[in-house]
Every structure is written in structure tokens, then in C-alpha cells.
Design a protein around this ligand. Structure first.
Ligand code: NAD
Length: 510
């Protein structure tokens, strides 16, 4: 008998049904959170080394099942197998490895050097938050939500994850590997379904939410967390600019921009979505870009490993891409290649380059999340920086130039959470570096020492070093004769320079 509500998944490349998944009911979601909460104390009682040992078993299992993960990712999300292997297998392996090697250091109690009260000492210590709710998107169905889960688990939390309704199969498969490898089944659970299931998860009493998805949903998630006064990390959309400065290495810039715009068919929050090129290189750059983009091969990754680009993951996403390009063309953009759907059973869209784009076009202002690169021409670096920063989004930005110092100088002026010089996207796979957006691209960071610590309550202990002190000078009783002494002490502490301190200490109080 059919389940009352289920997700029916179709291949984005060929339309065939690839599986079905039952949608979790609200009662099931609440029960999952309750079981996770009950399982968490025993897990957090294990040492970090013991938790790492379990996660390293998970790593072994992912490594052994790499081919199956690649095949399922290809089937369910349409990703080329190269990307399946590097983005959805290697990057998670690296993340587990990095955090297993560093969790003890990062989560060790941290002393705070005392400024004034040197007779006391302070330190921070890190206590798991409890149950972390993870809500994921479809564009990196293993890498993103499970990266968050690894960090939450290592920090001693339980996890209840709601993967995207577009990619529940890969989540179910990888989750099975975690449990088989020794992660307690109640400690890490999956609930499946659409947005309402995500909202129920937040309402079910989780202690923190890590959300990755669109700005619109992120605002709703943030509002729900604010109502419940629980922390959330919001990893939202991007509109990454690539600034190709006058002295850029043309070949590297072309190779990087092509890959950065079309990897995963442009469905990366860090995808290049705007190319700003200095006029000195513009003609050669555009010619080279169009040649490279025309050579990209689209196809069904589940049938061939010899393709560069899959389809859009779902019909809604292709409609968005089409609307962005149509808006640009209606406002005067020139299509240099692509610019249309590829007819057939899948959600393919031809890799597209647009020129003559202007700042009134949606393609320049709104996230596209598809295989389209709008290219703009600039005569001056300042104007490029201004245009890069005009966006309401600020996740990733890229600068291409040969002069390393200039590259860093320009990078520092781009208002994005991460700016890479002469590279694209890859910092996400550098687990030791922070990942998070400015402006409407989000709040908080994942990855990095800071991201791991954020999976914990940061608690502060302040304790005495001088046990024989029976009182502090600021405690009762308040005696009028103490006030002048305090004033002198303030002068000694905060007077300007040695002379100022001495004058206030030994001078008259009048
Ligand atoms: P989405 O916002 O449509 O959905 C994301 C998740 O939220 C899904 O699991 C969905 O079911 C759930 N959801 C929907 N409504 C909800 C609600 N009211 N309460 C709780 N959960 C709800 O996003 P998407 O289309 O799956 O992902 C694409 C977007 O994600 C793009 O904007 C992309 O830039 C962004 N993204 C950001 C990052 C990053 O690191 N900053 C990474 C990947 C993707």
C-alpha cells in the first residue's frame, strides 16, 4: 500500500523515476527529536577521541562506498561523476579528517588573559548544545548537510537532519553508512519531507539550527529561531563577482571563470554569477570564454562519465534560469552562446554567456543558480569594486590578477565572507577556513575552528587565584571615606601616561 505522503523522485537528466521516500509526519519528527535528546548525554560523555574514532569508521565506509555515492548523486541530482567524486566524496572525507585531527585542540578549554583583575582567572569551555537540527539544500546533498552533522557530532551533539525534498535518497544512503559504521541510530536521525517538515523540526525543540538554502527560506528559519531564542547558522544565497583585473593571467582567469560558472551547472552558492572584466583584456577574454563554454558537453551523468555539465536539478530551477535570461535579453543583453533550454526529457539549459548586460537586469542583481555568465566591461578598477559590492548578497568573491599584493588589496575591499585570489569555489573544501556570508548571504560560519566551537555553548568560568582574600574592595560596606581612595586608584589606572597617573595619584583630589 502506498504511504499516505511520499516524495517521488525523478532523474533530472532523463525523467525516469529513481525512487520514493516516505514523508515524516509531525509526530515522527517530534519523536525523532525526543529520541535524539535521550541519546545525546551518553555520546557527549564519550571523550572527543572516542567520538573521532567512530567518525573515522564513517570515513572508512564513505571511502569504500565512494562509487555508490557518485552513482546515486549522478542519478538523483544530475552531477557529473568527476564532481560526484571530488565534491561529494573527497570534500566530506577531508572535512572528517581535518576535524578529527583538530577537534581536541579546538574544543580544549581556552584561558582568557586577565586585564585588570589579575587576582582572578578566566577560561572558556565548550559544552555541546544538545540536539542540532540541520536543514539542507539539494545542490550538495552529501557534502553540505553531512559536513554540518560531522561537526555537530564531534562537538558532542545529537543531530536530526531534514535533507532537501529534491535529494532525499542520497541523504538516506549516506545516513545508513553513518549508522552502520557505529554512530548510534537515535543520536543521528533523518526526517524526510518538504519545507513544512523543516519548520516542524525547528518547532520540535532542537537547541540549534544549521540551515543552508535560499535567502527567502533563511529569513523564515531565522524568524522561527528568534522566536525560540535558539542560535542558528544561516548559509544562504550568493551572487559571486569575479573581477578580472587588467594584469590578470588570461589563461588561468578563463579556465577558472569557466569552471567557476558552470561546475554543477552553476548551482553552487559560490558560483561565479557576474564577470567584471577590465577593458584591456575584455575582447580577448570574451572570445576565449565563448570558445571554452561552447566546448562544454552536457549530458546524463548516470549514463556517461564523459560530460562536463548535467541538467538543472529540478524544473523550478530551470524556469528561474530561463526567466533571468529572458529578462536580460528583453532589456538589451546579447547572447554570445546558449540562451535556451535543451529540448528533451531532462531539465537541461545550454551553457550561456551574455554580454552588454546592465545593472537594471535581474541577471546582474538576483541569484540565478544556473549555467549563465553575464560579462560586464570596465575601464577602471574602482568602478569594478563598487559594482562588485552593490549586491545585497556577499558570500564569495574572486579577484584575478598577477600582482599578488594588489590582488590581496582588492580582495580586502570586496564585501564577501570569503574572497579568493586567482581561484574559485575551492575554499569550501578547505575545512580549516571559515565559510559564511555577509549581508543577506547569511549569519554565522560553518567549517573552521570558529564553526566547530559554534556547535557548542561557549561557557565562561571565572575563579579566584588568591584564596585568602576575604572581601573585594567594591563589596559592602560602602563607606564615604573610601570614595577618595577609589578616585586616586582610578587616576593611577587610567591617567594619561606615567606623569598623568602620578599626578592623579599624589595630587590633590580637588
Ligand atoms: P530552499 O530554501 O528552497 O530549501 C532549503 C531547505 O529548506 C530544504 O530542505 C527545504 O525543504 C527547507 N525549507 C523550506 N521551507 C522551510 C521552512 N519554512 N522552514 C524550514 N525549512 C524549510 O533552498 P534550495 O533551493 O534547496 O537551495 C538553493 C539555495 O541554497 C540557493 O539560494 C543557494 O545559494 C543556497 N545555498 C547556500 C549555500 C551556502 O553555503 N551559503 C550552500 C548551498 C546552497
Amino acid at each position: 500500500m502506498a504511504h499516505p505522503d511520499e516524495l517521488v523522485l525523478h532523474s533530472p537528466a532523463n525523467g525516469t523515476e529513481v525512487g520514493r521516500v516516505a514523508v515524516s509526519t509531525p509526530d515522527e519528527v517530534r519523536a525523532a527529536v525526543a529520541r535524539a535528546r535521550a541519546a545525546q548525554p551518553a555520546w557527549s560523555a564519550r571523550s572527543i577521541a572516542e567520538r573521532c574514532a567512530v567518525l573515522l569508521e564513517v570515513r572508512e565506509s564513505i571511502l569504500s562506498h565512494g562509487r555508490e555515492i557518485v552513482a546515486l548523486v549522478a542519478k538523483e541530482s544530475g552531477k557529473p561523476q568527476h564532481e560526484g567524486l571530488l565534491h561529494e566524496v573527497m570534500a566530506p572525507l577531508e572535512l572528517i579528517t581535518y576535524f578529527c585531527e583538530n577537534a581536541e585542540r579546538v574544543l580544549a578549554p581556552a584561558p582568557i588573559p586577565m586585564h585588570l583583575t589579575k587576582h582572578r582567572a578566566s577560561y572558556l569551555h565548550y559544552v555541546p548544545r544538545g540536539v542540532v537540527g540541520i536543514i539542507g539544500p539539494w545542490n550538495f546533498p552529501h557534502n553540505l548537510p553531512f559536513g554540518g552533522a560531522v561537526m555537530a557530532l564531534l562537538a558532542g551533539n545529537a543531530v536530526v537532519m531534514k535533507p532537501s525534498e529534491y535529494t532525499p535518497l542520497i541523504a538516506a544512503y549516506v545516513h545508513g553508512l553513518y549508522v552502520e559504521a557505529g554512530v548510534p541510530a537515535d543520536l543521528f536521525q533523518l526526517v524526510q519531507g518538504r519545507g513544512d517538515v523543516g519548520a516542524t523540526l525547528i518547532d520540535a525543540g532542537v537547541d540549534m539550527v544549521e540551515f543552508t538554502g535560499s535567502v527567502a527560506t533563511g529569513k523564515k528559519v531565522g524568524a522561527m529561531c528568534a522566536e525560540r531564542v535558539i542560535p542558528c547558522v544561516l548559509e544562504l544565497g550568493g551572487k559571486a563577482p569575479a573581477l578580472v583585473l587588467a594584469d590578470a593571467d588570461l589563461d588561468r582567469a578563463l579556465a577558472a571563470v569557466t569552471w567557476g560558472g558552470f561546475a554543477n551547472a552553476g548551482q553552487v552558492c559560490a558560483s561565479i554569477e557576474r564577470v567584471l572584466v577590465h577593458e584591456r583584456l575584455y575582447d580577448r577574454f570574451v572570445e576565449g570564454l565563448v570558445t571554452r563554454v561552447k566546448a562544454l558537453r552536457t549530458g546524463d551523468a548516470s549514463a556517461s562519465d564523459d560530460i562536463d555539465l548535467g541538467p538543472l536539478q529540478n524544473a523550478r530551477q530551470r524556469d528561474i534560469v530561463e526567466a533571468r535570461v529572458n529578462d536580460a535579453v528583453a532589456k538589451g543583453a546579447r547572447v554570445l552562446c546558449g540562451g535556451h533550454r535543451i529540448e528533451g526529457p531532462g531539465h537541461f539549459y545550454a551553457p550561456t554567456v551574455l554580454a552588454d548586460v546592465t545593472t537594471d537586469m535581474d541577471i546582474v542583481n538576483l541569484e540565478t543558480f544556473g549555467p549563465v555568465l553575464p560579462v560586464m566591461r570596465f575601464s577602471d578598477e574602482e568602478a569594478m569594486i563598487t559594482e562588485a559590492n552593490r549586491s545585497h548578497l556577499g558570500l564569495l568573491g574572486y579577484v584575478f590578477c598577477k600582482d599578488a599584493e594588489r590582488g590581496r588589496r582588492v580582495a580586502e575591499r570586496i564585501a564577501c565572507g570569503t574572497v579568493m585570489v586567482n581561484d574559485v569555489i575551492a575554499s569550501h573544501a578547505m575545512a580549516e577556513t571559515p565559510w559564511g556570508g555577509l549581508k543577506q548571504s547569511g549569519i554565522g560560519v560553518t567549517h573552521s575552528d570558529e564553526g566547530l566551537r559554534h556547535m557548542c555553548q561557549q561557557r565562561h568560568v571565572n575563579h579566584d587565584l588568591v584564596p585568602w582574600m576575604s572581601s573585594e574592595p567594591w563589596w559592602y560596606p560602602y563607606r564615604p571615606q573610601d570614595l577618595p581612595r577609589f578616585e586616586k586608584a582610578l587616576g593611577a589606572l587610567y591617567g594619561q601616561g606615567l606623569a598623568g597617573k602620578l599626578r592623579r595619584l599624589f595630587g590633590s583630589n580637588d
